[in-house]
Design a protein around this ligand. Structure first.
Ligand code: ATP
Length: 444
């Protein structure tokens, strides 16, 4: 790409304040040819800033000077041939350069914020905790903050939202997002390159560490040990740590007991599958975000049929929007049913009433025949009502059909159970916990 980048930089120097050019643009290195250009940023902070503020202008200029607007930006540096230096014995050997941790850092996506996170009963505690962590990073009350729960429920979204809010409140805040795999590979590189000290030091320079999917550390003893030390360093100097895990860490086999106990020092919050209303609100919010017209009844249909995972819900919406766009059709209930037929059927089959009865009976330590019996003792009546309400929430069966499956009860009995459970969920913490756990079990 000869001199296109230096010329581009010269223009940028004329257009932006000197301090900005010095901080963000001069550290970039470029490699390219007639078809494309790759820009290397020394770390994730520079990359994110350049991406957000300068890329459109860089694209225009490179198109002008290099004849191509195909520009990508990534953390790293131009591949270098190591310089040979003489060793004590006079032999030539190669120098190694330490790889900065940011070179492994996943992209903290600025799109995910508190504004576009839909709050509901299943995630309001998690949202409030992430918000507090963003507001007062390092405060003992929520440091470390651990968000745990099933896949696709918004844990990473909330973690990004906290990181983005920290940066918004303090643009100088150094927030490092790493997936656990990235921590693992960076640590291993540092051992190979004999730069472990540098690896450790880098964590002292950040203000907050966001680390995703820590269940990945299970069974990786050396990485766990290193993470344990990193954790202590950050914690002792009151740097905020936010972690996610796919279940409560004590339940993760292969995590060291001392790490498990350390993880629970601050605040651990479960993110549960969203209820029907929240699912419908998420569909409408995502549709509005992407500028797609989705009527309420379609949002209700998706929310009704897809209960386990917001990622799948979003996937269904994307499929629907792409198909409607391609075919030039409006998104209606009929169109949604036709387009998503197979997907909806698969979801439907996943949860049956007999499955619900079995899971509820197991959960309360009962036999299915107790659940179906006519006995009305409280220890049986409440689980029975829960099972009926879950059948209404998670399946397409009508009230009479549910009544039939519960030893031929009348549909008014089922209706009463649903109402009763709905009321109790709002007022009775224990029942709410049972309900959330059961939904999680049934959605696995
Ligand atoms: N309450 C919510 N409001 C808006 N979007 C949501 C909500 N919950 C989840 N999402 C969306 O669902 C998708 C999946 O969320 P995310 O990646 O945060 O899940 P996760 O819990 O981290 O899953 P995993 O454990 O598989 O990494 C994202 O696009 C996210 O924006």
């Amino acid at each position: 790409m000869t001199d296109a980048w230096p010329r581009c930089l010269q223009r940028l120097e004329a257009e932006f304040p000197a301090e900005d050019v010095h901080t963000w643009l001069k550290p970039l290195q470029a490699r390219g040819d007639a078809h494309s250009t790759v820009l290397y940023a020394p770390n994730a902070f520079v990359r994110d800033e350049v991406q957000a503020r300068y890329m459109p202008r860089i694209r225009e200029l490179l198109e002008h000077f290099a004849g191509t607007a195909d520009v990508s930006l990534q953390v790293g540096s131009l591949p270098r041939v190591p310089a040979p230096v003489p060793s004590a014995s006079g032999e030539l050997r190669s120098t190694t350069t330490a790889t900065p941790i940011e070179a492994f850092a996943g992209n903290m996506d600025s799109h995910y914020t508190f504004d576009n996170f839909v709050e509901g009963r299943s995630n309001q505690m998690g949202r409030a905790a992430a918000w507090q962590a963003a507001l007062k990073p390092g405060d003992r009350a929520h440091n470390p903050l651990l968000l745990y729960g099933g896949t696709g429920l918004g844990k990473t979204h909330l973690m990004f939202a906290a990181g983005n809010a920290m940066r918004q409140a303090n643009p100088r805040a150094r927030v490092l997002y790493l997936r656990s795999e990235e921590f693992y590979s960076a640590f291993f590189r540092s051992i190979q390159e004999k730069t472990s000290d540098q690896f450790k030091r880098q964590f002292r320079q950040i203000d907050a560490l966001l680390i995703d999917d820590i269940q990945f550390f299970a069974g990786k003893d050396r990485t766990q040990e290193e993470f344990f030390h990193t954790f202590n360093t950050l914690f002792d100097s009151k740097q905020q740590i936010i972690m996610t895990c796919d279940r409560y860490p004590r339940e993760v086999d292969g995590l060291e007991p001392r790490l498990k106990s350390r993880l629970a020092w601050g605040l651990s919050v479960a993110i549960d599958p969203p209820d029907f209303e929240t699912r419908a609100a998420i569909v409408l919010a995502k549709a509005a975000e992407r500028g797609t017209q989705v009527p309420d009844d379609v949002a209700f249909l998706l929310a009704k049929k897809m209960h386990s995972n917001v990622r799948d819900l979003e996937g269904a919406l994307n499929t629907l929007a792409a198909r409607a766009n391609f075919m030039g059709r409006a998104i209606t209930v009929e169109f949604a049913q036709e387009t998503l037929r197979d997907l909806l059927r698969a979801q439907q089959q996943a949860i049956s009433m007999s499955n619900i009865q079995k899971v509820v009976a197991d959960y309360y330590g009962l036999q299915i025949k107790d659940l179906l019996s006519k006995r009305r003792t409280r220890s049986l009546a409440r689980p029975r009502q829960v099972a009926m309400a879950l059948s209404k929430e998670l399946t397409e069966h009508s009230l009479p059909e549910i009544g039939e499956a519960f030893a031929g009860r009348d549909h008014t009995t089922v209706l009463h159970a649903c109402r009763q459970i709905r009321t109790l969920i709002e007022s009775d913490g224990k029942l709410r916990e049972d309900w959330d756990k059961l939904i999680r079990k049934l959605s696995e």
